[in-house]
Design a protein around this ligand. Structure first.
Ligand code: FES
Ligand code: FES
Length: 191
């Protein structure tokens, strides 16, 4: 069976990509297979996991559910466009510093959804972040560090010099350990 081909110029991360592809192909397929931008991940291809999220005209969309032909003359942003030269986007920096990515498969979609959120609201609450990310599934992290990383990136983007607590970085100490470590330091102070 032959498929009708089309040729379009897509504007991705500020660069034009003139590509030929079967007209029924999704934006996800064209980004990965024709533009060579494999940062956007294939997940369910059913609109359920969020790992394929990119921005189109600044709005987070599921690229597995959008035809590439719908994006002509529109601005597409993918995870490859997040860095500014050699400088990580504050979201990327916060995710790296906090260890908010484990296998990393969901991370490009999470970052793009978070970018759209922070551009619409520079000071979201934890509940608002959780709601915005409710369509981005992560099998690894339990979401806590993801949410904390978005809060930290938002603070950095507002110019605030605040870092998450030690518990956010390292987790809560096991029951009893905090008391015993402080009493051992007290014992040491008495020496
Ligand atoms: S691959 Fe698009 S939502 Fe899962
Ligand atoms: S870090 Fe593995 S799926 Fe989210």
């Amino acid at each position: 069976m032959t498929h009708a081909m089309t040729t379009l110029t897509l504007r991705v991360n500020g660069e034009d990509h003139t590509v030929a592809f079967p007209a029924h192909h999704t934006l996800l397929e064209v980004l990965r297979e024709r533009c060579g931008l494999t940062g956007t991940k294939h997940g369910c291809e059913l609109g359920e996991c969020g790992t394929c999220t990119v921005l189109v005209d600044g709005r987070a969309v599921l690229s597995c559910l959008m035809l590439a032909v719908e994006t002509e003359d529109r601005s597409i942003e993918t995870v490859e466009g997040l860095m500014d030269g050699n400088r990580l986007h504050p979201l990327q920096a916060a995710f790296a510093d906090l260890g908010a990515a484990q296998c990393g498969y969901c991370t490009p979609g999470v970052l793009m959804t978070s970018k759209a959120l922070l551009e619409a609201d520079g000071d979201p609450s934890e509940a608002e972040i959780r709601e915005a990310l409710s369509g981005n599934l992560c099998r690894c992290t339990g979401y806590h560090k993801i949410v904390q990383a978005v809060l930290w990136a938002a603070a950095r983007l507002r110019g605030e010099d605040s870092a998450p607590s030690a518990e956010v970085f390292y987790g809560s100490p096991p029951p009893g350990q905090e008391a015993s470590s402080s009493s051992s330091s007290e014992a040491h102070d008495d020496d």
